[in-house]
Design a protein around this ligand. Structure first.
Ligand code: RIB
Ligand code: CA
Length: 318
């Protein structure tokens, strides 16, 4: 039976796992990547934007428009970036060939709003960086935001504490005020947090499989190299947690993760808990602002999905 791929937008701060997530989307016929919007985060905006252009070009998809978003958080500058994790240029020290494409002339929020207003089918938005652009969309184009079919957010943590501080996950910590706006906006949101990403480890063996499948797989594996080293030294794990790729897996195959409707509050204070997502797990929420918090994951199946799709992509481009 013929089916129509779901229109997809990725809002991103590439970023090593962002790069893998973008490639996974391009490898997946269930979705049609219509737009990439860039945001500050792991590295500065100019670099995340250049990285997005080059990752798309790596996969032969420089036709996908890239629109430039927010260069800084809504209210308070984020205390630091993640160059020590992703490399100073954001792709693990790997320099990809430059893309022939130019960025879209529209600001990211405008490009996203126009796509939402004109799409015949509901659009899935995968937000895998700080939520600054999505918060601006909600504030400036509320009618367009209300047309989002699904918002899949990589961010937050219900039970696993933080990865950038003891309390906060990086994307929420980078712009807590934006995350607060988004989580209380009443959009059909799935929160893919550390609870499900940390157990989902892409091993060296999995990386080797797509590295061997073709030059694009080898490049992706090279980009993951620094992430692998960081994971070994920081967590002592023989694999990498590709947070954003798990969020894209949920965007590509709805229901991959087990979610529960919860009330989520973001700590926007300036104490030790800043950026923490306080998830009320006492009850299943019926509030209009409830968020689908991912609480269950089949990590082995998710990793196999990612590796299999990356193998297919690499083979198709070799
Ligand atoms: O905490 C993980 C998130 O922070 C991922 O999106 C990663 O790319 C970084 O932005
Ligand atoms: Ca990211």
């Amino acid at each position: 039976m013929a089916y129509t791929p779901t229109p997809l937008v990725i809002d991103t701060d590439p970023g090593i796992d962002d790069a893998l997530a973008i490639l996974l989307a391009l490898a997946s016929p269930e979705v049609d990547l219509r737009l990439v919007t860039t945001v500050h985060g792991n590295v500065e905006l100019a670099q995340t934007t250049e990285n997005a252009l080059r990752v798309l070009h790596l996969a032969g998809r420089s036709d996908v428009p890239v629109a430039v978003g927010a260069r800084s958080s809504l209210v308070h500058p984020l205390p630091g970036r993640a160059g020590h994790v992703h490399g100073s240029a954001g792709l693990g020290g790997v320099v990809l060939p430059p893309s022939p494409a130019q960025v879209d002339p529209r600001p990211a929020v405008t490009a996203l709003a126009e796509l939402l207003e004109t799409s015949a089918e509901p659009v899935t938005v995968a937000a895998i960086g700080p939520l600054t652009n999505i918060a601006l969309l909600v504030s400036v184009y509320p009618d367009a935001a209300a047309r989002i079919g699904r918002l899949v957010v990589m961010g937050g943590s219900a039970t696993r504490g933080g990865n950038v501080t003891g309390a906060a996950e990086f994307n929420v910590w980078a712009d807590p005020e934006a995350a607060a706006v988004v989580f209380r906006a009443g959009l059909p949101t799935v929160m893919v947090g550390l609870d499900v990403t940390l157990p989902t480890v892409l091993t060296e063996a999995g990386i080797a499989r797509f590295a061997a499948a073709g030059p694009v797989g080898a490049r992706a594996a090279a980009i993951l190299g620094q992430y692998l080293d960081h994971a070994k030294t920081t967590y002592g794990t023989a694999g990498v947690v590709v947070h954003d790729a798990l969020a894209l897996t949920e965007a590509i195959v709805p229901g991959t993760l087990g979610t529960v409707a919860r009330d989520v509050v973001v700590d926007t204070g300036h104490g030790a808990g800043r950026g923490q997502t306080l998830v009320d797990r006492r009850t299943v929420s019926t509030a209009p602002t409830a968020v689908g918090v991912a609480e269950r994951v089949d990590s082995a199946a998710a990793v196999e999905f990612l590796v299999g799709r990356m193998e297919q992509l690499a083979a198709s481009l070799s």
